[in-house]
Design a binder for this molecule. Structure first.
Ligand code: AMP
Length: 199
């Protein structure tokens, strides 16, 4: 199985570490992809599984504009995304290479992001990226109700120390195509009310 990790850019950027927009421009105010991480049923995951299969941008040339839009790098200094995608492929993607080749891996993640449409799930429940606080359980149920599966929510803290919605984790079968219920959830560090910052 695997875990699809989606990220709110506003919560990456308003932290102590801060962020740099990609060379291709400020990302949309939408959940971006962080990665698709193969993992075991107990929540542990393998890493860096095949150093002989390095990331090759030529293999995903047709996905590149969609990747720039939906899988934006926010690390500093500003980059074009290749560094972030290389890291995700080499650390995580190589661990499912028997099922998903490079093109299949990135395509699967893009397909999942589109399928779950997290921002729409939240805004349709009145949960908006407006810097206000929302209850963690309302966030979870809004996603549960539209996506059909329970997410795990990861929080981080802004420069003032407020707990905020950072990443959303959803479990996927080994093909990377179908959502499943997560067999385990790690212990969370969100408060019961968390901020949803603007971007
Ligand atoms: P995290 O555990 O969420 O801090 O992320 C693990 C690694 O991915 C760290 O090295 C982060 O700096 C990096 N990372 C997370 N999100 C992004 C992003 N949007 N762009 C570039 N690097 C990222």
């Amino acid at each position: 199985m695997a875990t699809a990790v989606m990220q709110w850019p506003g919560s990456y950027c308003d932290t102590k570490q801060s962020c740099c927009y990609p060379t291709t421009g400020k990302p949309a105010a939408d959940f971006g992809i962080h990665g698709l991480w193969p993992n075991y049923q107990d929540g542990k995951y393998p890493q860096n599984c095949d150093s002989k299969n390095p990331f090759n941008p030529d293999k995903i040339a047709d996905l590149r504009s969609s990747m720039q839009k939906n899988w934006p790098t926010l690390a500093c200094p500003s980059g074009n995304g290749v560094g972030f995608w290389t890291h995700e492929w080499e650390k995580h993607g190589t661990c499912s290479e028997s099922v998903l080749d490079q093109h299949g891996y990135f395509q699967a993640a893009l397909g999942l992001q589109k399928q779950v449409n997290l921002l729409q799930a939240l805004t349709s429940a009145g949960i908006n990226p407006d810097g206000r606080s929302y209850s963690l359980s309302n966030i979870k149920s809004a996603i549960q109700e539209t996506v059909g599966f329970t997410p795990w929510i990861e929080c981080n803290t802004d420069t003032s120390g407020n707990s905020q919605l950072y990443q959303i984790y959803l479990c996927v079968d080994t093909t990377g195509k179908n959502l499943i219920e997560c067999p385990v959830f790690p212990r969370g560090k969100c408060g019961s009310e968390i901020e949803f910052p603007s971007f």
